[in-house]
Design a binder for this molecule. Structure first.
Ligand code: DGL
Length: 279
């Protein structure tokens, strides 16, 4: 069996990224860790998110991955540098792929980014967009209620989802937005409601989808794509409640999740690896 791609998230949302990885790279083995004991990351501070992300990523090294994907937008936004510095394997986050695709699609027009409080608050998407397009007009908006609404199983036609989308996104209608970046793992499940609120002229970028392309290109560059191998499998590991992960997660993945295993804290909890990381 070839070395897997390791994917991690604060919980089950990263399965929306794994879904694209599986369809783009069907021969790859995937090992996924959802930190369901400590979700959400989207309201936590950078030191805490960086510490959690490093713990999970270091645990995943046991599987000898050829590449690590930080599927969580919050972890990518707050901790990508710490992950790259702290891990001996290539790490791909979701922020840069989403930002790059948005810049290409916007062709100089206004880009809106939506995500968790932490992702929006740290300005990572804005910085990535500006690095590809200096002086770009970027509007950033936290939409925290979208995460619990999706986890509760509410879909795009739900009246509460529509009302919340209207509340968060209607101010963007006056801003001549050309592209909106779905900067959170849960938002692709509300894609139609977001599109309906913003109107037909706004392009939507799913960071997870773009990330799968970058992972594919990176593996090709490194010469370690699994081609011609049998269909890859996916094994999931969680820090709490595997039953809920399996039930709710299948909506994110697009099909049934076969293998979910609970990982007890002593397998991944460590003391802070960066001095002064936890306050
Ligand atoms: N996975 C997180 C993200 O993409 C959303 C859930 C959370 O707040 O942990 O930002």
């Amino acid at each position: 069996m070839s070395n897997p791609i390791a994917v991690f998230d604060s919980g089950l949302g990263g399965l929306s990224v794994a879904r694209h990885l599986r369809s783009t790279l069907p021969n790859e083995e995937i090992v996924y860790f959802g930190d369901t004991a400590r979700v959400p990351y989207g309201i936590k501070s950078r030191p805490t998110v960086a510490h959690f992300a490093l713990e999970i990523a270091r645990y995943l090294l046991e599987f000898e991955p050829k590449l690590m994907v930080a599927a969580c937008n919050t972890a990518s936004a707050l901790a990508l540098d710490a992950l790259i510095d702290g891990l001996p394997v290539p790490v791909v986050g979701v922020v840069e792929p989403g930002a790059r695709a948005a810049v290409e699609l916007a062709a100089g027009g206004t880009i809106a980014v939506i995500g968790t409080e932490a992702t929006i608050g740290c300005g990572a998407y804005r910085a990535a967009i500006e690095s590809f397009s200096p002086g770009a007009r970027v509007i950033a908006r936290a939409c925290p209620l979208f995460v619990p609404l999706v986890e509760e199983g509410r879909g795009c036609d739900d009246a509460i989802v529509r009302a919340v989308a209207e509340d968060y996104l209607s101010p963007l209608r006056q801003q001549n937005v050309r592209v909106v970046v779905l900067g959170c793992t849960h938002y692709p499940l509300l894609r139609e409601a977001i599109a309906a609120t913003l109107g037909p002229d706004v392009h939507i970028v799913d960071s997870g989808e773009q990330t799968a392309r970058v992972v594919s290109a990176t593996l090709a560059e490194l010469g370690c794509l699994s081609t011609g191998a049998p269909a890859g499998t996916m094994r999931c590991y969680v820090s709490d409640n595997p039953q809920r992960f399996q039930q709710v997660g299948s909506r994110f993945l697009g099909h049934t999740i076969e293998h979910v295993e609970y990982v007890p804290p002593e397998r991944y909890i460590t003391t802070p690896v960066i001095p002064g990381l936890l306050r």
